[in-house]
Design a protein. Structure first.
Length: 143
């Protein structure tokens, strides 16, 4: 029988992932509400890019960011549901990145390779959260 006590690293990973994912949720919220102070950092072309997203992309972005926040909370509450929530969040993040960098010229609009690299970092973190939550579920830590 596996030891289902909460390992210390779950609190670290869960807490850090919640903070990390909250930044994404904040960015989504500020963009969707067109917060003037937040959006002042972007060029008119970048604003047109953000505000011109089709409904399905905005929905996928919402699922990606709010799903990652929910997955982090589920991880902290030791719920196995964190695994499929992180998987769905990751899938939606891949869909938004595919739109932004393959179906449109988001890299050029956003200023080159930097946004692509940042999206790759987000992808890596999302994959690691899926792997970590699966391992914790398999170890009996998540129920």
């Amino acid at each position: 029988m596996s030891d289902s006590r909460t390992p210390w690293h779950l609190w670290v990973v869960g807490g850090l992932s919640l903070v990390w994912n909250a930044f994404g949720a904040f960015d989504y919220l500020m963009t969707q509400t067109q917060n003037e102070a937040y959006m002042a950092a972007f060029t008119p072309e970048q604003l047109a890019f953000f505000y011109g997203f089709p409904w399905w992309l905005t929905a996928a972005w919402a699922i990606a960011v709010w799903g990652s926040v929910a997955g982090s909370l589920l991880l902290l509450f030791r719920k196995a549901m964190a695994v499929p929530v992180f998987v769905v969040s990751l899938a939606c993040m891949v869909l938004t990145s595919f739109h932004n960098f393959v179906l449109s010229d988001g890299a050029e609009i956003m200023g080159g390779i930097g946004p692509v690299i940042f999206s790759a970092v987000i992808f890596i973190v999302a994959v690691l959260l899926v792997v970590y939550s699966r391992k914790q579920r398999a170890a009996g830590v998540l129920s």
